[in-house]
Design a protein around this ligand. Structure first.
Ligand SMILES: Nc1ncnc2c1ncn2[C@@H]1O[C@H](COP(=O)(O)OP(=O)(O)OP(=O)(O)O)[C@@H](O)[C@H]1O
Length: 252
């Protein structure tokens, strides 16, 4: 693993009106790390991922992406090469053929004209076909995306991410809507590709089991604070029990 720091959070704080979603969090993540974000519902996982993606403004602290303040990145080409996002809802366009959704990974690099031409005659098809092969969908480039199963659609989203080829991948509950076999499959492909490309992955997960199986480090959040931040092998059942204990959340 390289020693390059890809994400550095220094005392980041986010409030929604009076509700504290992130309370002075600090951590740093190096290139090549596979980080699972876990914690009870409402702990701040999505808010943290959205903050790193530059989608929600912070009230305090600083976020450095590859040593540059997040605010220094303009939306567009340079940012798309740095950070890619994959979501539970896939964000795919259902009526389009699979190949067009995969090539959407290029949109921020292509100008408007090339993007429009590509809808008629797919441009740089090879990169899309290679990506589809890698996720096991090499035989489906021209199928209509909406007709694919949930697991297959999540693979299309992964192929799109491969075509975009960002250095950092943020995944918000990437397998929440899939059955266990499909979820296992998708996480295994995602973490394999990320490792092969020496990318950095931060994924929020509800399943501790998947966090332990596929990730090298686990950061747990509780009430907007870091509850523990440990290499996966150091995460004990006792800590997990404490993390998800309902009493401390005031729920029972
Ligand atoms: N747009 C918003 N407006 C107001 N409050 C919000 C908003 N987004 C999040 N919050 C609050 O911030 C806190 C953190 O929410 P967040 O969605 O980040 O948690 P989470 O850990 O991702 O939860 P889950 O596992 O249920 O998705 C919660 O109390 C939530 O109600």
């Amino acid at each position: 693993m390289s020693s390059k720091t890809m994400i550095e959070a220094k005392n980041i704080t986010k409030h929604f009106e009076r509700k504290i979603a992130l309370s002075s969090l600090s951590f740093s993540i190096k290139q090549g790390e596979l980080v699972a974000l876990i914690g009870p519902s409402g702990a701040g996982k999505t808010t943290l991922l959205n903050s790193i993606a530059g989608l929600v403004p912070l009230q305090g602290g600083e976020l450095l992406i590859d040593s540059l303040p997040l605010a220094d990145y303009k939306r567009g080409k340079k940012f798309a090469k740095k950070i890619g996002v994959i979501r539970q809802q896939f964000d795919l366009i259902g009526p389009l053929a699979v190949i067009h959704n995969v090539l959407a990974g290029k949109l921020s690099q292509w100008g408007l004209i090339k993007s429009l031409i590509s809808l008629l005659v797919p441009q740089e098809k090879e990169s899309a076909l290679t990506a589809l092969n890698r996720v096991g969908l090499g035989d489906k480039p021209y199928e209509i995306t909406a007709t694919l199963s949930g697991g297959e659609q999540q693979r299309v989203a992964m192929a799109r991410l491969m075509v975009q080829n960002p250095e950092i991948i943020l995944a918000d509950e990437p397998v929440a809507s899939l059955d266990p076999a499909r979820a296992d499959d998708v996480l295994s492909i995602l973490t394999k590709i990320v490792s092969e490309e020496n990318q950095t992955l931060v994924a929020s997960l509800h399943s501790v089991e998947y966090a332990r199986k596929y990730f090298t480090r686990i950061i747990s959040l509780k009430n907007g604070e870091i509850f523990f931040d440990l290499p996966t092998e150091k995460v004990s059942d006792e800590l997990l029990h404490e993390l998800y204990k309902l009493k401390e959340q005031g729920l029972i």
